[in-house]
Design a protein. Structure first.
Ligand code: 5AD
Ligand code: SF4
Length: 469
């Protein structure tokens, strides 16, 4: 494996970009409004908050819809073929708007741009794209936009490596009481189906003091819940010299007084006893763990390069449940990995029945060029894949119902996130287990954590009533 050195973007480089932002803001003939279309995971959603922060520093304001914006930026995902097709389809659709309104600027960034060959493809086949840049240089947005706007030409900037670690970008956060905090970038695992290590680079951990400072600032602003982000948070700190491990970081963050801490994603192979112990002891940690298993069959797990067996996974589940009673588990599951037989698929079904997840993201395997699995024989017929995923979803729905029903009568704490979309008299929020709970209440409670008794369960949510204390 190639060892890439982490490149820390210096404060001087960030200051230079701020200078470009000012120059851009001073241009007369420049886009005034922006709209960001985000695809993919929370990491991308958080990158979009940083992109929005920079665009506002450049004097732009958010447009209510992409049809009305002067600059539309697509922050793309390439984890599965359909994510990529959707993004490219939407970019192409804007071409028609540009015909009517030639001043429209179109940008493409994120993981897809970082894929081998994609920059060339954008240059050749998408001549209406004005700006394209990869995940490794989002901090250069002001400079790239300035070049594109001043020189009226296309700017494509895709770094060879993605090993940058960027601090100090402005962030326009979507919510005043829930915040994403990235703790590490990249992934070293090379699961055989996954493109992420190729487009996001090797693991780079932020310094603990930088993370602590950010969380303390959020706590002072009244943020109630933080979600720590990383492709594999359990290996936080493995690339650093100061030896602050992930459980230790959680311990430090627990002391900031932030009421709730969540994190995503944990790789089962790295779920340590130390982390389980911290989850049992630290009252700020939510009772939820996203622990993607991907498959319940040992041959498939080996072919996926997951580096744990079904038995080891189940043992970790047993340990965490014993240490943190009432914890809710969720998972990612892939069906129809190359060569998967019906019996092997049944092992996944059986594992889902055994673990009883609260919910799971289910995917049909999608070959990604450049990954090991894309070279493996035994493509599964799409009709078989569809049939498998349907059976898996039906089973998971049953498990969800069972778990939700078992929560009726219990008391939960709920972070109120807004009014229910279907019924404005109802509030909605998330309990510690990360399940949506709807209940009657005053909109003034939005942003607060309230005690709620669970009174009923529907297919996707719980119903409750506020407990007056
Ligand atoms: N095909 C299908 N699903 C995939 N995932 C990652 N790569 C692929 C792929 N090539 C799923 C995994 C991962 C989640 C984020 O996306 O389940 O945990
Ligand atoms: Fe992809 Fe595996 Fe890394 Fe997750 S741990 S990002 S599935 S390579």
């Amino acid at each position: 494996m190639i060892k890439e050195e982490t490149i820390r973007i210096s404060p001087e480089e960030i200051a230079l970009q701020q200078q470009y932002a000012k120059e851009f803001a001073a241009l007369e003939d420049r886009p005034k409004t922006y709209f960001i279309v985000t695809y993919g995971c929370q990491m991308n959603a958080h990158d979009s908050e940083k992109l929005a922060g920079m665009l506002e520093e450049m004097g732009m304001i958010a447009a209510p819809a992409k049809e009305e914006a002067d600059f539309v930026l697509h922050n793309t995902c390439c984890i599965r073929d359909n994510a990529e097709r959707k993004a490219l389809g939407n970019v192409t659709w804007l071409k028609e708007i540009k015909k009517i309104r030639p001043s429209l600027m179109i940008g493409v960034c994120g993981c897809m741009v970082q894929e081998p060959g994609m920059a060339e493809k954008l240059l050749k086949q998408y001549p209406f794209v004005d700006v394209a840049f990869g995940t490794g240089n989002i901090h250069r947005l002001p400079e790239l936009m300035l070049r594109a706007a001043e020189q009226k030409r296309r700017v494509v900037a895709v770094p060879q490596e993605q090993s940058t670690l960027i601090e100090g970008l402005p962030i326009r956060r979507e919510s005043p009481f829930q915040s994403y905090v990235t703790i590490m970038y990249g992934c070293n695992n090379f699961c055989s189906y996954c493109i992420v290590p190729y487009v996001r680079g090797r693991e780079r951990s932020r310094r603990p003091e930088d993370i602590l400072r950010e969380v303390e600032m959020l706590q002072k602003k009244g943020v109630q819940e933080i979600m720590l982000l990383g492709q594999n948070v359990n290996s936080y700190g493995n690339d650093a010299e100061d030896g602050v491990s992930f459980p230790r970081l959680l311990h430090m963050l627990g002391k900031t007084g932030i009421p709730r801490i969540r994190f995503m994603t944990s790789h089962p192979k790295d779920l340590s006893d130390e982390l389980i112990e911290e989850m049992a002891k630290n009252p700020a940690l939510c009772r939820h763990l996203h622990l993607p298993v991907q498959s319940g069959n040992n041959r498939i797990l080996t072919a996926m390069n997951r580096r744990y067996t079904r038995e080891q996974y189940l043992e970790k589940v047993r340990k965490i449940r014993a240490a943190v009673p009432g914890i809710g588990l969720t998972s990612d599951l892939i069906v129809s990995f190359p060569g998967e037989t019906e019996e092997e698929f049944q092992d996944t079904m059986d594992l889902v029945r055994t673990v009883e997840y609260d919910s799971a993201f289910t995917f049909i395997y999608s070959p990604r060029v450049g990954t090991k699995a894309a070279e493996m024989p035994g493509r599964i017929d799409p009709a078989v894949a569809t049939d498998r995923i349907e059976r898996l979803i039906a089973l998971q729905d049953e498990m969800t119902q069972k778990n939700f029903a078992s929560l009726v009568g219990t008391k939960e704490t709920v972070l109120v996130t807004g009014q229910s979309k279907r019924n404005p008299h109802q509030l909605t929020g998330k309990c510690s287990r990360m399940i949506s709970v709807n209940f009657e209440g005053d909109p003034a409670s939005i942003g607060k954590i309230l005690p709620v008794e669970i009174t009923a369960a529907s297919k996707t949510t719980l119903k409750g009533r506020i407990i007056q204390e």
